[in-house]
Write a protein that binds this ligand. Structure first.
Ligand SMILES: C[S@@+](CC[C@H](N)C(=O)[O-])C[C@H]1O[C@@H](n2cnc3c(N)ncnc32)[C@H](O)[C@@H]1O
Length: 241
């Protein structure tokens, strides 16, 4: 597996869903306290399991997703002239490695910069990462909602999105975001959406939008958010020419 993206990383990418850290911390503490009070081994075992699952999430956020996305981007054929869109780019974990594959092309990241979804999430932080990674010449950032993309039809050759679409709670909103992605994708363009929920629905919607080669696959343990209970899947499709 190519881990070059992780090794070469110079930016600072925060932690996904930082508010969730309180849950395993509370469960581990309560297990330890119960274990001490009861003298039984089970609360300690429970606390150790919770800690293990939480460590998977930490690994995914800090390293796993970079390794996996480097591999996914490496599977695409690049000329360097592509127009790339990252939907819900956050601090640029996918945007920067995509931009590093460009010569004359441009990688555009759109986001609402919600701190609840990623720690330190802000356009300025993402821009600093573009500079730190040496790709700022190829990066453009915009504040925009994924359900209303501020781009012309058929503007992008590659559209990526990682852990972002699930933030839209209603299926109608998610379908709207997918419809927008398909609208701004050029014929022959590739769409890759990684998420921990709803990727099966994404595939149904992409089929109904006339996309071809729609497929879904698991991304393996490096993108488990809470052990095997919360894996990440990738939905991919191509816009017919
Ligand atoms: C868990 S973060 C993932 C960020 C980045 N893709 C990554 O993998 O590191 C989810 C991102 O989706 C963004 N987001 C949530 N709802 C959005 C919306 N309606 N439109 C655009 N971005 C949104 C959040 O601000 C956040 O940056």
């Amino acid at each position: 597996m190519n881990t070059a993206a992780f090794v070469k990383r110079h930016g600072s990418y925060g932690l996904d869903a930082p508010y969730l850290i309180a849950v395993p911390v509370a469960l581990v503490l309560s297990g330890v306290v119960q274990g001490i009070l009861t003298g039984l081994p089970w609360p300690f075992i429970g606390a150790a399991l919770v800690l293990l699952f939480a460590l998977f999430g930490y690994h995914t956020s800090r390293r796993g997703k970079f390794v996996v996305w480097d591999r996914l981007l490496g599977e695409l054929e690049w000329t360097g002239a592509e127009q790339v869109l990252d939907v819900g780019c956050g601090r640029g974990a996918v945007l920067m490695p995509a931009a590093s594959r460009l010569t004359t092309g441009r990688a555009v990241g759109i986001d609402l910069w919600r701190g609840r979804d990623q720690s330190g999430n802000a356009m300025e932080a993402t821009w600093k990462n573009a500079v730190a990674e040496g790709v700022a010449d190829h990066v453009e950032l915009r504040t925009a909602d994924m359900t209303e993309l501020p781009f012309e039809d058929e503007s992008f050759d590659v559209i990526v999105s990682s852990m972002a679409v699930h933030n839209l709670k209603a299926r109608a909103e998610r379908d709207r975001a997918l419809t927008e992605a398909v609208r701004v994708l050029r014929p022959g363009g590739r769409l890759l959406i990684a998420d921990l929920r709803h990727t099966g629905q994404h595939c149904e919607t992409l089929h109904s939008l006339g996309m071809s080669g729609v497929s879904r696959r698991g991304l393996g343990w490096r993108m488990w958010w809470s052990g095997p209970w919360l894996p990440t899947h990738l939905a991919t499709a191509t816009k017919p020419r």
